[in-house]
Design a protein around this ligand. Sequence first.
Ligand code: APR
Length: 229
Amino acid sequence: MRKKLVISTGAGMSAESGISTFRDSGGLWEQYPVMDVASAEGFERNPALVHNFYNARRHDLMKAQPNAGHKGLVKLEEWFDTYIITQNVDDLHERAGSKHVLHLHGELMKVRAIDNDTQIYELESDSLDTTPDTIINGHHVRPHIVFFQEAVPCFEPATKLVSQADIFVIIGTSLNVYPAAGLLHYVRPGVPVFYIDPNPASVPPGVTVLKTGAGKGVEELTKILVALK
Ligand code: APR
């Protein structure tokens, strides 16, 4: 019986693809006032500014490729039933070939109708930009992103996945933002937990910390996990 490997990733997972993290020096929240560009209030106050912020993020994403870390997680699917829960809104896990990816904070390449949350549209690479006047299928649209001050709709399925994990791995997150940072508490007692981060946040005793970047960390982790399969 293959073991269930659940991996929770944050912005650090995409750092080696050239995508800025949020809280590292020079990170996005140093460049932009987070409550203006990524909160429900900010969107209410100035939707054009928020549309432009995410338009710029999409153009950055078009220049990025999955890195060795993303690809290393795909390789783990050879031995484990692998499920990724990501705080990232980029599609680099999918582009690397990961089959099971749950986005807690939304998806950058998607927008949704403002008047109907179920109407979600995938943007094409030749039409990345939206404005408050953009109309798709007769609907005004907004980024398909969970803004600060909004609920995280997929958290419950994420906690279920973590509670079923035989191995839990955290990669590239500062563990600052809840509820995502709380996933660790849904791990069953005795399940091995690993945390890959060059500048790790403090974690409970018993977590194995690999103080390195995602690419090298996933390579080292794979050697450890293959012995646990
Ligand atoms: N490899 C792995 N981790 C890295 C790398 C790397 N090459 N470079 C940096 N990191 C780590 C940092 O040490 C830090 O712990 O990535 C983490 C980035 O932390 P944040 O910028 O806070 O990103 P994240 O934890 O994903 O933020 C969570 O906050 O603003 C919201 O919605 C946004 O999803 C985001 C959430």
